[in-house]
Design a protein around this ligand. Structure first.
Ligand code: PLP
Length: 485
């Protein structure tokens, strides 16, 4: 009997992703999915703004519980779709923009000076003018930016709403390095000597302090907040009044169902590098580990996909951290009447996107490994870390498991590079996929689908479809191109 069905890869010894009902609802509809491919080509990204909205609510509730003034700014660098920007503004949160086009588009979508912030690493004159004209706060990184912003504000005869990005916080006796921002040890002197009506930077309304830390430590973020609060207190006595501290993004999410699977994979990866078990990754890629004189060296260079403290709890841990006098950060913020801002990217688009691609060919390489070629390329689902460690799903047009032979595969992409292998982990499947079967990578909205997207070989970019989920049924008309949604 022929049966249309979908299944997760690696039913045993996998890394089972956390998924949402809407993803399964789509995967249960092979005809609808094939119709979408017929219209939009492969690969396709499907985006669900409702999931985004739920993530907004989680953070809002944490802030409410702690009775702190707060605002979220969605870091739209995590995903280029307009749909999330629109939804952010509908949810009455802000948008963190980091380029001229991100700013321009967010303004066109209805963002204003109270709902946008400009945090670009490189700020061109055009960007700054646009921000000044719309009174969008600019987060300043360096002295040259200060001069340019002040000159342009003078020319436009306006005040510049600015925040100062800081780095160099001391945590546990070590100074945290960053290439971004002003050194916290020097900024007080800088502000005192450079900013003010009678000083070089006369056009500045300094509204806040900002930082964004590399990595995912709540402890470092709390310590950085404490140091910002102390600095603000000192500067208050010297005539500066700050409204906010923006602690950037980096709020961890949890991608995986099982801690045991996560630990088990790590152990098996090391065993396989030692040759104690068969390889679990393409060409025995160590994902950051390597074997030297029989010993595993290095560390796994992947995102920490399994996290018990994530999302709202991650934020709670930061807000409930106490200084040496047992004052929590939340209470210090309240006492100083400061607004806390965050700029989550990945954590706001958690569970809000999937990437689907069609199988084009299957082949066995000289080692006998099965390679399943997909109509997509590595830039269309690429992690900044060593691998995207979530088991994919396969939608089979026909899966009769009684007759099927289980197989282990790697998914390969369309670039001319040996390394265009979409997942480094080996994926076991109940049956070799057929041509036109569909592979689904879940939870890809955060950085995976767009951040590294390129058009080498003149490949078209993937179509981004916004899924407007309605009741139980699902129709083609529930999917609209992002540009038209
Ligand atoms: C200044 C700034 N804010 C926010 C973010 C978003 O970080 P995440 O997506 O980890 O929340 C980034 C990421 O690089 C950033 O550089």
């Amino acid at each position: 009997m022929s049966k249309s069905t979908y299944t997760k890869g690696n039913q045993q010894k996998g890394l089972t992703p956390i998924t949402s009902d809407w993803m399964h609802k789509i995967m249960k509809e092979p005809e609808l999915v094939q119709a979408l491919f017929a219209t939009y080509g492969s690969p396709m990204n499907i985006l669900n703004p409702n999931s985004f909205a739920k993530n907004c609510t989680v953070f809002k509730e944490v802030f409410q519980q702690h009775q702190v003034k707060a605002q979220l700014f969605y870091a739209r660098k995590a995903n280029k779709a307009k749909a999330f920007v629109k939804r952010a503004l509908l949810e009455n949160i802000g948008v963190d923009t980091a380029s001229e086009r991100e700013l321009e588009q967010s303004l066109a979508l209805g963002g204003d000076g109270d709902h946008l912030v400009l945090t670009s690493a490189i700020k061109t004159e055009k960007q700054i003018r646009m921000a000044l004209q719309h009174q969008v706060p600019i987060i300043i990184d360096n002295h040259d930016e200060c001069i340019l912003i002040n000159n342009l504000a003078q020319e436009l005869d306006c005040q510049a709403r600015v925040g100062f990005r800081l780095s160099g916080f001391s945590v546990d006796g070590e100074k945290l390095y960053s290439r971004f921002g002003f050194d916290i040890d020097e900024v007080e002197d800088y502000l005192m000597t450079q900013v003010g009506e009678d000083k070089k930077l006369s056009r500045f309304n300094v509204e806040g302090l900002h930082f964004h830390l590399d990595g995912y430590s709540t402890h470092q973020r709390s310590e950085a907040l404490l140091q910002c609060i102390e600095l603000i207190k000192r500067l208050k006595n010297k005539g500066f009044s700050f409204r906010f501290i923006d602690m950037g993004g980096g709020i961890l999410i949890n991608y995986l169902e099982s801690k045991a699977e996560w630990l088990d994979f790590d152990a098996r990866l090391k065993e396989s590098l030692k040759g104690e078990t068969s390889s679990v990754t393409f060409n025995n890629n160590g994902l950051g580990y390597w074997l030297e004189d029989g010993i595993i060296k290095g560390e796994r260079k992947t995102y920490p996909y399994y996290n018990e403290i994530n999302s709202g709890e991650f934020l709670t841990k930061i807000l409930e951290y106490s200084d040496k006098d047992e004052n929590t950060i939340a209470s210090l913020l309240r006492n100083q009447n400061l607004e806390i801002r965050i700029e989550p990217g990945r954590s706001l688009v958690n569970q809000s996107g999937i990437t689907m691609a069609k199988v084009v060919h299957r082949k066995q390489d000289a080692k006998g490994q099965w390679l399943v070629g997909l109509e997509m390329n590595m830039s269309q689902m690429m992690s900044s870390s060593a691998d995207f460690m979530l088991d994919p799903y396969v939608m089979y047009a026909d899966l009769n498991e009684d007759k099927a032979d289980a197989v282990e595969v790697y998914f390969t992409g369309a670039y001319c590079l040996e390394r265009d292998v979409l997942l480094k982990r080996k994926i076991s499947l109940p049956k070799l996929p057929e041509i036109n079967d569909v592979v689904v990578f879940v939870n890809t909205a955060g950085y995976m689908m767009h951040f590294f997207e390129t058009q080498a070989h003149l490949f078209e970019l993937a179509t981004n479809l916004v899924y407007n989920e309605k009741s139980d049924s699902i129709r083609l008309s529930d999917f609209k191109k992002d540009a038209e949604s």
